[in-house]
Structures are given as C-alpha cells and as structure tokens.
Design a protein around this ligand. Sequence first.
Ligand SMILES: [Zn+2]
Ligand SMILES: [Zn+2]
Length: 389
Amino acid sequence: MNDLRCDADRLATRLVEWRRELHRNPELGFDLPLTAAFVARRLGDLGVEVRTGIGRAGVVGILRSDRGSGTVLLRADMDALPVQEAPGREYGSTIPGRMHACGHDGHVAMLLGAAELLVPRRAALSRGVAFCFQPAEEGAGGAREMIDDGVLETTGATEAYALHLWSRFPAGTLRTRSGPVMAAQDEFAATIVGRGGHAALPHEAADPVVAASQAVVALQAVVSRCVDPLEPAVVSVGSFHAGSAPNAIPGEARLLGTLRSFRPEVRDLLRRRVREVLEAAAQGAGCRLDLDLTPGYPAVVNDARAAARLRTAAVEALGTDAVLEASPLAASEDFAFFLERVPGAFGLLGAGDPSRGIDAPHHSPGFDFDESVLPRGAEILARVALAPE
Ligand SMILES: [Zn+2]
Ligand SMILES: [Zn+2]
C-alpha cells in the first residue's frame, strides 16, 4: 500500500491548485454553482457515476465495487463563510465579504484526491465508495437536506467518515476518539416583555432590564448546579439589548444565547432548565417571556469500530506518534446527522504551523492551513475506504 502514499504525493500540486481555485471563488450556503460544477466536472472526468442537486446543491460520486454491496460514504463540505479575508494573500478570495475561513476548500480538494486514488484501485475495494460533497455546513444543515433527499439510500451507505482540517493543531496530526467528538448546539432568542415607563417612577413600570439581568446571572447556575459535573455543557448569552435612554425603562429586553452539550439527556436538561430560568426571571419582575429555542446540530458521536478504522488509516498515513486521542470540542458540525443514521467517524486533521504564522482560528479573517497536509488527508480517506470490512 506504499504506492498509495507515492500516488498521494504525486497529487500534491493538483490538490493545491484545486484548493486555491476554490479559495479564490468562495460560495455560501446552498448557493454553490461554481463549486458544485467544479466537483461534478472532476468526478465526471474520473468516470464515476455522478449525481447532482442532492439536498439542493450537493454532489455525489459513486464508485461501485464488484465484490460487495453497500458503500463507505466519505463526506466533504463545500461552503465558505461571510467573512472578509485578511489582505495580501496571493490566492485570496476575489469576492468581498466572503472567504473559505473554515478550510472547506481543502476538504473538497482532499476528497477529490481520494477519488483520484481510489478509482484505479476499484478492484481492491470490498465495498463501494460514495464521495459526498455537501452544501451549507455552516449553519443551515446541508447534511440533513442531503439525507432527506435520500443520499444514504441512493448510495447504499453503510458507514460514513469525514475529516476536518484544524489550524489549531500541528500539521500532520490526526485526532479522533470513540464517542462524542463535537457538541450538540441549540440557540435561544428570549424577549422579556415588560411595561416601559419613566425611570424615576419604576413602581409604575415592569422593568425588563432587571428581569433580563437576573436571567443572565441565573443562567450561569444551569451548568454549575443542574448538570452532572462530569458532563461537559455550556450555556452562554452572547447578546443583550434593551433600551436607549438613561431615564426611560424600556418595554422589552432581548437575550440571544447558545447551548452546547454532548449527550441527549444533557441537551434535554439544558433546554428545559434554560426555559424555566428565563420564565421565572421574567415572572419575578412582572414581565412576560417570548422564547424561541431553535434546535441546531446534534452531537457528532463516533462509532467505536469506525473510529478504530479511521485511526488505523491515519497511523498508516501519518505514523503512530501523529495519531492522538481527541478531546471533545464544544464546536458543532452537521456531519452529526450522518452519524445519527449510520455508524462512522469524524477526525480532526491538524493543519497549523505557528512557525509560519499558520495558526489563526477557524472563521477568522486570517485563517489559513498548511497545504502540505492535503495529500495526507486524501490518503487517509482512501485508506479508510480500502480497509477490509
Ligand atoms: Zn466552520
Ligand atoms: Zn468547518
């Protein structure tokens, strides 16, 4: 299988070219005409069966095996972010206010690279491979739309894998684990409706500023007093808006916040307690609560056998010392929807190099990754697909 490594290395220049072409032309959400066409063209050139428009903008390439039914689904997300890229990069975004600031351009290049490696090795596959290019990971849940559109059934997927480049970990390392690896996320928008009035006559008003302030403080106790201390969880209020004058009590206050958790029971508990705390704070001040609690992505939970398979592939590609046990990250990822339906695993491929200034966080204007990891990512994905069942 060492020829796999050589072939991956031979792809290095093209992977960088593909990544940079995508990086210059970032597209958002489900609106990915150039990116989807780019992917479909390359898959078509390889001679695999190509399906487009799955989950609106998703593209799937299917490589069948003569030996077994079922496929290993390998997933890359394709969407960029509404972020203005830091200036001065030769391959920088050509579209103001848009940037591949999460590395999904690299994910597309790696998965196309895996297809390049696997097509000539079709005879060695014990199962088929579905190369799944997904829209709208950044918030809109493109994975769910592809699943609702039947991507698992049409491809016959029995397992699913994805890699995410990660600029905060050293280039050429891989982190994965069995069990939860990325958090479930929910968001709330709470409007505490009181009765506005003169700030000098508070007894004639119902003050939503006081109610919302007490709510923010009380919410801090949800995790510290209600959640098992051995279970990770987050409740954060990220926005607090009320009023506009020093001498007027406003009619309402608005809080926006996010909840993160790793297990369904904890997720349910957070959702219930956050509602109760907000209601109690509003009622205590004679106010009313309007609450929108929007479910986000579930937790990414790796299957034990699939995580072991990913680890083995990564050891072959990167060496034993470079493959590490992941700590769960409180960020979230819609690959979770695939893992709710089929066993699989998600891994973080380190792509940072602080000595070259490549360590800006994901979603920031200075984000970049070390392109030398692209062949290794393609190789790991290919090895996962080639691994015996
Ligand atoms: Zn992201
Ligand atoms: Zn991402």
